[in-house]
Ligand binder design. Structure first.
Ligand code: KIV
Ligand code: ZN
Length: 388
């Protein structure tokens, strides 16, 4: 039997922290509904104490969305927890996500505290949140740079206090996949009572390893992944939902772990978030970038036209993209041009294709990519010459 991974989407909280990407409440509701349709298990809707706008958004999302759990972020501070509970009062399933820094840096330089006091504050916050909701998630901020032995003490204490989910964030995107995997394994192997909670990943992308770290955490026993659409988030971003989900789906035979995501909605959700946040998706972004299913070199085009799987590991329709594209450039071969001519309704002899291909190469050396109307003009031009 396969295992189930819970997808916790934080596009509207951690993702929305990107400068210039703030959404209003109406836009956030639109994204939340799209996330519900996508099948995410948890929507982190905001940090209610941070602003009246964030508070309102958590309230309105709680009313508008019914299937996923709605989660609100807090610091390990009673006032934050009171406000989060108030914002969640309409949620069918509400979760409070509270936590505190656990790394040497955070304990000494940010919180001016000591390791024992941090555990006391963590336990107090979890117990306080439990007065409002059954589902309490605890985050050990900067767990990526927290020594494993101490982290295990924190995790054990908060689970004992009632945490249902314990989040192990690599807040600064510092770890490498083997280290992050070992950290999760260490907790699974050493924390008493770990079976009473779900261990979650929350990896940032400062070294470009967020997805790899998340997958490594999952392989080692984490069963919730915190992600954002298009990987948006602070600095270099969070782990991207589409990359984690499609890794699990396309490597299912090896990993044997499932999600509830309706992958056919991935592309449209990606574009919705990109448009509303005015944040373009980089063309070579895995899964949802403009070039993720585009083939431009002659050898690849020929291979894909013979059999898509020669150069594609994912069927684009699985993520809601109609078809792969064959881009005509100076690197394209005859096979690609012939294919494009057929799509445009031309049935030309081999000689004619050769003739058009020569003209095509001349043009392609001058122009970055050749569009359909360029191809039509090339055919018209050769036919006109023939008639003269
Ligand atoms: O990166 C982080 O540590 C966070 C926590 C607040 C969960 O976003
Ligand atoms: Zn984060």
């Amino acid at each position: 039997m396969s295992d189930r991974l819970y997808i916790f989407d934080t596009t509207l909280r951690d993702g929305e922290q990107v400068p210039g990407c703030q959404l209003n409440t109406v836009e956030k509701i639109e994204v939340a509904k799209a996330l519900e349709e996508l099948g995410v298990d948890v929507i982190e809707a905001g940090f209610p104490i941070s602003s009246p706008g964030d508070f309102k958004s958590v309230v309105e999302i709680s009313k508008a969305v019914t299937w996923p759990t709605i989660c609100a972020l807090t610091r390990a501070v009673e006032k934050d927890i009171d406000v989060a509970a108030e914002a969640l009062k309409y949620a069918k399933k509400g979760r409070i996500h509270t936590g505190i820094g656990t790394s040497y840096y955070h304990i000494h330089y940010k919180l001016n505290s000591n390791p024992d006091e941090i555990i006391e504050r963590a336990v107090r916050a979890v117990k306080y949140a439990k007065k409002y909701v059954e589902d309490v998630e605890f985050y050990a901020e900067d767990a990526g740079r927290t020594e494993n032995e101490y982290l295990a003490r924190v995790v054990e204490a908060v689970i004992k206090a009632g945490a249902t989910v314990v989040n192990i964030p690599d807040t600064t995107g510092y770890t490498m996949p083997h280290e992050f995997g070992e950290k999760i394994k260490y907790l699974i192997d050493n924390v008493r009572g770990v079976e009473n909670a779900i261990i979650s990943t929350h990896c940032h992308n400062d070294l470009g390893m967020a997805t790899a770290n998340t997958i490594s955490g999952i392989i080692n026993g984490a069963r919730q992944a915190e992600v954002t659409i298009n990987g948006i988030g602070e600095r270099a971003g969070n782990t991207s939902l589409e990359e984690v989900v499609m890794t699990l789906k396309s490597r299912y035979k090896v990993l044997n772990i499932d999600t509830n995501i309706n992958t056919k909605n991935i592309f449209k959700t990606s574009r919705l978030v990109s448009n509303l946040m005015n944040m373009p998706v980089q063309p070579n972004k895995a899964i949802v970038g403009r070039n993720a299913f585009a083939h431009s070199s002659g050898i690849h085009q020929d291979g894909v036209l013979k059999n898509r799987e020669n150069y594609e590991i994912i069927d684009p329709t699985e993520v809601g993209i109609n078809e792969s594209s064959i881009v005509l450039t100076a690197r394209s071969g005859r096979a690609a041009l012939k294919h494009r001519l057929e799509v445009l309704g031309y049935e030309l002899t081999k000689e004619k294709v050769d003739e058009v291909y020569e003209k095509f190469l001349e043009l392609a050396d001058k122009k970055k990519d050749i569009r359909d109307d360029d191809v039509v003009l090339l055919v018209d031009d050769t036919q006109r010459k023939e008639r003269r």
